[in-house]
Design a binder for this molecule. Structure first.
Ligand SMILES: [Zn+2]
Length: 466
């Protein structure tokens, strides 16, 4: 019996773990590596992974770093099923189709450039896969309810548990039998922090011989969400009182819906008046529709608000902008109003033209609600650059930039340890994955201190015998 990480070992992207016995092989996640060109080059099916021999894939949730390489498996002859919750199937469809379209249009652009020069496009510029591959991938999904046993391969049975990280997200309990020996392996998947809007909190499976635990924020706790929400409320209230325009660059899935949930609460409690809220992202609109289709997954608070129609009432002033023309129309509209638009790090998308229009306006506010990587426009705004380049223009930054660090869809250190606690009674082996070494080394020592258990830090493609 073996486990092999094909990603997310000492890093946070490329999640993929193979579980193999003499009887069968199952892959948990097959995500994309994200980052620089070196990471892009790792987006392959490793030669030791034979797609036609795989019995099944279990997908923990729809983020690209967990599902992004699945179409490559289909291309390489995978014939099994992809087991996931219904919401994860919907999210994966949205994300994979979007990824395929971006790769197709990037390739078309490079092809046009090459044609002009009379040369061929480079091999590494070919898209990893296209929309057709993504569609074929979605057809392989088998929708699986939470906490239901499903046989996924000879001698392997799984159950999915709520992970509280994104709509439909799961942890996986995999029971593996080989030669009269049965081992229960629990994969945490990405775990959410307690109390995330809409979502139910993560549920720890009942027992494990081996735990594969994520460690993204294994070295720290986040600022409490309530403090961040209070700060957010103060900024929005003041900006509206000054009749300013508020721009919120946001990831389309998860964060946009969270921001709207907090705005709904502020409106309900009369903290802010009913100003127009423009949801200016086709992908965020589609993601919100997926939320609306899955009220059964909501936590008690969101469920009560949704059932009574209160949430719809609070958000009656949200206007989804489907087309780019509608979006550009806002250039001539005076404040106060709120725009939620992508991309989350201001690297592309409609947020760019809003920023170009408003960044030099002292009455405008930009609220940063997500992580901003080095080298992005979002990061330059956070770092307080006096002037920035946007869509070819150099513009002075006169709008007020607010950075809120406390919104996160990942559990901090304490939530990770609390999730693990019920499993420690049976003294399982613990493998720490999905975290930079810095984070997982700190988590390793906390686990030792609190539970007296040693945990292991597996490396990429390490062949771990169970
Ligand atoms: Zn995730």
């Amino acid at each position: 019996m073996h486990i092999t990480p094909f990603g997310a070992a000492g890093e946070v992207t490329g999640s993929a773990y193979l579980v193999a016995t003499e009887l069968g092989q199952v892959l948990i996640d097959f995500g994309m590596f994200q980052g620089d060109a070196e990471d892009d080059a790792r987006n392959i099916v490793p030669h030791t992974l034979h797609a036609p021999d795989l019995n099944a894939v279990i997908l923990t949730h729809g983020h690209l770093d967990h599902c992004g390489r699945l179409p490559l498996l289909i291309r390489r002859g995978f014939k099994g099923r992809i087991h996931a919750t219904s919401a994860t199937r919907d999210m994966a469809e949205l994300i994979l189709m979007d990824a395929a379209r971006i790769m197709e249009s990037d390739f078309a652009r490079k092809q046009r450039k090459a044609q002009k020069k009379g040369i061929n496009v480079n091999r590494q510029d070919l898209p990893l896969y296209d929309s057709n591959d993504a569609e074929r991938t979605i057809e392989c999904f088998s929708e699986t309810p939470y906490e239901t046993y499903v046989e996924v391969a000879p001698g392997m049975t799984m159950r999915l548990f709520e992970a509280g990280h994104m709509l439909g997200s799961t942890s996986v309990e995999l029971t593996v039998t080989e030669q009269e020996r049965t081992v229960t392996i629990v994969f945490s998947g990405d775990l959410g922090p307690r109390g995330l809007p809409y979502l139910q909190d993560a549920v720890t499976p009942p027992k494990a011989d081996i735990v594969v635990l994520e460690s993204t924020y294994g070295d720290r706790d986040h600022r409490p969400l309530s403090e961040t929400v209070d700060e957010f409320a103060g900024i929005v209230k003041e900006a509206i009182a000054e009749r300013g325009v508020i721009l919120i660059p946001s990831f389309a899935i998860g964060r946009s819906q969270q921001v709207m949930y907090h705005l709904a609460q502020l409106i309900r409690e009369d903290v802010i008046p009913r100003v127009p809220i423009y949801l200016d992202s086709p992908m965020a609109i589609e993601a919100s529709n997926i939320y609306a289709r899955h009220p059964e997954l909501f936590d008690a608070e969101a469920s009560a608000l949704a059932q009574g129609g209160q949430l719809l009432h609070d958000l009656a002033n949200v206007r989804p902008l489907a087309t780019a023309d509608e979006s550009k129309h806002l250039n001539d509209v005076p404040g106060p109003f709120i725009v939620i638009a992508g991309s989350g790090m201001c690297t592309a998308g409609r947020i760019l033209h809003h920023l170009r229009r408003r960044i030099s306006d002292p009455s405008a506010h930009v609220i940063i609600v997500g992580y901003q990587a080095h080298g992005t426009l979002g990061r330059r705004l956070v770092d307080g650059h006096a002037e920035v380049g946007i869509l070819g223009d150099r513009l002075p930054v006169r709008a007020r930039i607010h950075t809120l660090g406390g919104f996160s869809a990942h559990a901090g250190q304490t939530d990770l340890l609390d999730w693990l606690a019920p499993l420690t009674a049976s003294q399982p082996q613990i493998l720490l994955t999905h975290g930079e070494d810095e984070a997982r080394i700190v988590l390793q020592s906390r686990i030792e201190e609190r539970f007296g258990l040693t945990s292991f830090l597996p490396t990429y493609r390490e062949h771990l015998t169970i």
